[in-house]
Design a protein around this ligand. Structure first.
Ligand code: HEM
Length: 368
């Protein structure tokens, strides 16, 4: 199966990489106050990720000595690399005096504004480090996170905080077919695909050299009220998104990739794509050209305590300024027709440093 190199690109894999089919996302709290322990964790994670993305184990599965405990837990043996990428994010607490790193804080890294539409659960919010493992085999993604969490525990530097398992991609990259989210709509039709847009909207291009080709990762666990949605007329669902359910075409057009016409009016004189439609609010045409990269996944947590389906979207966006997300979410939160059917219940923001040079590790140049 396909393998994505850990070293070799300016940026970390898993952002521009066309979305793999599955994700396992986890955040961690820092539990150490020692700079060197954070350093050891990032170095060990990097070395392990470099191995895992080649489809190799990160230590003995069946130890040579019969009193040995296995290091690699083994469940990904024989599954190959499965296009695995693991993208590492650093939260605000990393850039503090505790670790002697306050002066290195990426200038735009800050807590996201609390928005009126938020319904955050503290246990699904925050985190000092993030790992997004994506792969075409769910067990490969799971194994990567499990063994990286083991390393975190082993170093004593960090403990697990919140996690989401995504079972289906809900975003498209260049050359990919557009998948569907759990509301049944094609998601990722108009996403960032071209290099020029990555350069303009995703990668950090200024500041100290070690931050360049980094990006800001915004993560939202967005619960869907699926049973309500399913009782809604499809014509109303189409108005909520501004697109047709089956074809994915904008209501102003016929084919998926037709450019939406937000001015077009129907025989009744009303806008064909309602002004409160999700795409009308989020489109770059209506936001001074603003774009973000979406790299989201469908998730499920089974059923809740009253027997309703507990599922939604693990929304992940990358942008070179977190304000881009806030601008769009502020607009969506105020008038999106979708709000009746979703709740933002989890949130995190992380700086994703660029890929390290060969032989170094993620964030390594911070400690020089
Ligand atoms: C477009 C679904 C949350 C930003 C779309 C589309 C769908 C969709 C079906 C149209 C297809 C496409 O162009 O990709 C959802 C669902 C969400 C959600 C189900 C929550 C559960 C968000 C959030 C943001 C966002 C939180 C940003 C704050 C966008 C943008 C577009 C888009 C920028 C492209 C609009 C365009 O250029 O036409 N979304 N979305 N979405 N969404 Fe969302």
């Amino acid at each position: 199966s396909r393998s994505h190199a850990f070293y070799g690109n300016a940026e970390q894999a898993g952002i521009r990489t066309p979305p793999q089919r599955y994700t396992f996302f986890m955040t961690f709290d820092l539990t150490t106050t020692q700079r060197t322990e954070l350093q050891v964790l990032l170095a060990r994670w990097s070395a392990a990720i470099a191995q895992l993305t080649k489809g190799q184990t990160i230590g003995q599965v069946e130890p040579v000595r019969d009193y040995g405990v296995g290091f690699d837990t083994g469940e990904a043996l024989d599954l190959g690399p499965a296009s695995l990428t693991v993208t590492v994010g650093l939260g605000l607490k990393v850039f503090t005096d505790t670790y002697g790193l306050a002066q290195h804080k990426p200038p735009l890294l800050r807590e996201l504004k609390q928005l009126p539409s938020d319904a955050m659960k503290p246990e699904l919010t925050g985190g000092d480090l993030s790992l997004q493992a994506c792969a075409d085999d769910p067990q490969v993604a799971y194994h990567a996170i499990r063994d990286l969490a083991r390393i975190a525990k082993d170093t004593g530097a960090a403990s697990t905080r919140w996690t989401v398992m995504g079972f289906g991609r809900a975003s498209a990259g260049k050359g990919q077919s557009t998948p569907r989210n759990l509301l049944g709509y094609k998601d990722g039709t108009r996403n960032i695909m071209e290099t020029a847009d990555f350069e303009k909207f995703v990668w950090i291009k200024d500041g100290p050299a070690w931050q360049r080709y980094g990006s800001y990762q915004v993560v939202r666990k967005i619960q869907m009220h699926i049973e309500n949605w399913d009782t809604d007329r499809v014509s109303n669902q189409n108005d909520v998104f501004g697109r047709h359910k089956v074809s994915g075409a904008p209501l102003s057009g016929v084919k998926e990739f037709d450019t939406p016409d937000f001015q077009k009016t129907g025989a009744d004189g009303n806008l064909v794509i309602p002004a409160t439609a999700h795409i009308a609010l989020a489109a770059h045409e209506n936001n001074n050209g603003l774009k973000i990269l979406r790299r989201s996944y469908n998730y499920t947590d089974g059923i809740n305590n009253v027997g309703l389906l507990d599922a939604g979207l693990l929304f992940i966006s990358y942008q070179n300024d977190p304000a881009a997300f806030e601008t769009l979410q502020t607009k969506l939160g105020a008038s999106d027709g979708l709000n009746e059917y979703i709740s933002h219940i989890g949130s995190g923001i992380f700086f994703v440093p660029p890929a390290p040079p060969v032989g170094s590790y993620i964030g390594g140049s911070l400690f020089v």
